[in-house]
Ligand binder design. Sequence first.
Ligand code: HSE
Length: 438
Amino acid sequence: MKPINVGLLGIGTVGGGTFTVLRRNQEEITRRAGRGIAIRMVADKDVERAKKLVGEAATVTADAFEVARHPDIQIVIELIGGYTVAKDLVLTAIEHGKHVVTANKAMLALHGNEIFAAAQNKGVMVAFEAAVGGGIPIIKALREGLTANRIEWVAGIINGTSNFILSEMRDKGKGFDEVLKEAQKLGYAEADPTFDIEGIDSAHKLTILSAIAFGIPVQFEKAYTEGISKLTQEDIRYAGELGYRIKLLGITKRKANGVELRVHPTLVPERRLIANVEGVMNAILVKGDAVGATLYYGAGAGAEPTASAVVADLVDVTRMETADPKHRVPHLAFQPDVLSNLPILPMTEVETSYYLRMRAFDKPGVLADVTRILADSSISIEAVIQKEPAEGQELVDIIMLTHRTVEKNVNAAIARIEKLSTISGKVTRIRLEELGKN
Ligand code: HSE
């Protein structure tokens, strides 16, 4: 059988890795896919650099639309990134009857519903394993391996840059800005590092996981997103004293009245495996009703780890080329005509536990005032630490862990605590997840 012809849009880090992995493992990949997979065309702004990388193997052009429309190309790999041009290219490729493989989480989180509908209409596949968790086959695990389960929740470290920053801050006591610069130098961060540190990249990925876990459309605009840029050394240290690590988690949970969809720094008990995922590594915990909790761990970024996912998708699409289009694995795991309209819950309805840190004047009755306010809001306290004031200081840190409660109760309590004359400044609130049974 003749090899399947592939057009590659963007030969940067991941594109280069894809080219290398395909060439190095050509023989085994052919045996697995049932036919060869050949990159015949490459589009990149830097034509000269691209030509040097691919040699005689493929023609190189600066015009990505030429590849997306080319009659000889059967699969288009989109590795350009961003929302606008990438989306036009993907829709053009679909319109011309081509399958698409993409690592573009931002595009899918924002425009996935439109893209999947267009692909369904044309009977082509859009494969996106590389969009979440780099080389970790989490899309396949959720969509196929766990298909027997009613998924209860998914919680993951899905941004390597922010995990690297948190690990370095905890291990080496370094400040946030210093570690961010280091991460940028090491090439981990997104083009715009705000996406990494403010939780946006994680929210893009979580949106996709949530849709696949619960059979709902992608709804990035409803995700609650809070990053790590305001975390302090003290909070990391106090969390440690209480037996917790702080991780930037993407969490999506099925509740009776809807779906929680949220990214924020989270206290995780240090005994959990996921609490020990350090550096740029990613890990995703999935709780299914039948299988229980399962954990997927690996490199969430980088040339060859991400290429591993891109090439896996190429093999899948190559195999599926011969299958009946009506019986392919659905894009979002559930058949498109039965996606559910389960609402995404507002953040005020989310239920979790909380770490609260406040600065108080060291006077009698302060703790009593704070605990009364919490009791009034039906919040029960699990642990309290009160620090001694530093030499010559009037203010002390009070740290509290609460039992599970709904976010609106905590909002109300924080507003009242901040008004107390004995409390100085804002209350720091970090959510806490046991990641056990619930
Ligand atoms: N900037 C991303 C990260 C790259 O740090 O995880 C992979 O999506």
